[in-house]
Structure formats: C-alpha cells, structure tokens
Design a protein around this ligand. Sequence first.
Ligand code: MRU
Length: 343
Amino acid sequence: MEMFKPVYIDGTDIVLLDQRLLPQEERWLRINTVRGVFDAIHDMAVRGAPAIGITAAAGMALATMESTEHGNLMTALRQAGEFLKSARPTAVNLEWAVNRMLDKAASECEGKGREECIALMFDEARRIHEEDIAMNLRIGRLGGELLPEGAIMTHCNAGSLATGGYGTALGVIRGARDAGKQVRVVSCETRPYLQGARLTTWELLRDGFDVTMITDNMAGYMMSRGMIQAVVVGADRIAANGDTANKIGTYTHAVLAKRHDIPFFVAAPWSTVDLKTPSGANIVIEERSPDEVLFCGGRRIAPKGVKVFNPAFDVTPASLITAIITDRGVFKPGPGGVDWTQG
Ligand code: MRU
C-alpha cells in the first residue's frame, strides 16, 4: 500500500487533507497564499508538530513568491516567518522549519534571480518533507524493537496525519507490526478536540489495525486490570532535560503508567528536540478557544456563563518517560535528565 501523506506540494500549491472534517469527510484543500497557510495551521486543518512544520516550510516558499521586491527578500521572509510562527506556539517544529527556510534563503538566494530562488525554496520544503518521512521510518524501526506485544495505548494522533507520513508514535506501532509483533491499539479519544477518536482510529482502521477506542478517563482502569502493555505518544517539544510537551492528557497517562509499572515511550523526530529550552517549565502552552470544551459534536454541553480553561498541551516530566525514541537513537532519561550523547 502506498504511504499516506496528509500534505504535499503540487507545483506551487500546498495540498492538504482537511483534518477538521475527518472522519466524516475526506476533503483536500489547495493553498497558495501565506495567509492561507497561517489559517490552515491556526484553525487546525493541518495539525501535529511535524505536519505543521512541513506546511510552514512550504508557506515560506509561498512567501518568496509573494515578496514583490526581490531586493528586500530577507525582510519579507522574516516577517512572513514571524507571522507563521505565531499560528501555534507549542510545537517547536513550526519554528524549526521556518528558521531552516530562512537559513536557506539567506545562504542561497543572494545573487540569484527571483524564479531561481522560488524554485530553491520549494525544493527545500520538499526536502524537509522527505526527511521527515525518513526520520519516521527510522523511529518506527527503533521503537518497533522496544515495544512489547499486546495492547499499546496512544493519545491524540501522532500518526501519518500528524507528520509527513508513517507517523511517530503510530510509526513505532507500525514498526512493531512490521517486526512481526502482535500488537493491538487502544486509542484514547483525546478530549476536547478528539484527535484520538476522529483521526487515530480513522488512520489505523484504514491500515488494518485492531483498534479499540476509549474515553481518556478509562486509561487508569485498563492499566489497573493489566489491559495495557505499553504507552506510546508523540511530542510537540522536548526540552533539553527530556521534559516533553504533548497533547493535554499525556501527563495523566504518564503518571498512571508509572503507578502501574507500564513502559511509557515518547517518539519524535530530532526536529522536535529543543535544546534551547532547558526544561518543561520554559515551554509555552497554547490555550485554545473555550468553544472546543463547551461544544461536542456541534452541540453545547455546558450552561452559558460557565468558565472554561482549555490548555492544548501539558508537560510530562522526563522522570516519567521510559525512553525517548528519535531518529538519532533511543534516549533513556536518568535522574539528571537526558544525556543526548548516549542514544
Ligand atoms: O493540537 P495538535 O493536534 O496539533 O496536537 C498534536 C499532538 O499533540 C501530537 O501528539 C504531536 O504533535 C506529535 S505529532 C507526531
């Protein structure tokens, strides 16, 4: 089966599957403006740290097309970069991809014609996409060796849909299957945005996996009954000490996993490791609209006037993580954090 990719570059268009409509409808969007890229990231038509990064990289290529005065290209690109970065603050891959595109322009557009520079920028965005897939395949191989057989729980969607293809956490589960292990998946629904219910189940069923969906608050019960053999999740930003920001609810699962002696794995490409951020305390956590909590399936579920708090991510301390699986190796956090030279 051909690898599913939720985003790709077609000429100078960015084509992406509108994840807001899944699983009911598969509609592909064609985007050809920087504003359109910002909206797609901000409104979560595309989501998941690596997929956001790839989309933003292509957005920087569009910014090159939109800059009218080639002489002021770098100023225009820096502005576009700041704009795109502001779409969502927590996933470091967005900032990483924008900065890589800025470096590309600064080092290679100088002295080149406009058309040549635009082509270079689209090529770089495509390269970022291809590299992401290659990293995921490697993460899948490394993680697949670590994963036990049995029921593997995951939270949110860190699959093909969240990356250039193959996935990180779901890539590890795919890697385990490819290694001949008998695995079945327990997908937490992931309130309030329901990435687990809507996206992970959609993606894994399509791929022939045995998937059971649970509400987030059923995880402890299942763990206490021996019904979960491991947990694997993705990451939006991994601080230098190994503390990991991921979808809200991840921390709760990590605490429960520790209590029940269940291995808890984080899977992410190296572009998610942010050595400039010392610890989880320094990670900015995005807060999203109260409506995501107040409404479920388009229906209001709480009275008007109630206050809502809607942090989109939480931070799991490194001490609760059994191993961080990256394309550069597997890192086991110790008492002092993570030694990134020992993968
Ligand atoms: O708000 P989202 O859906 O973009 O959050 C996604 C997650 O938290 C994922 O687990 C993370 O980005 C890793 S994706 C490989």
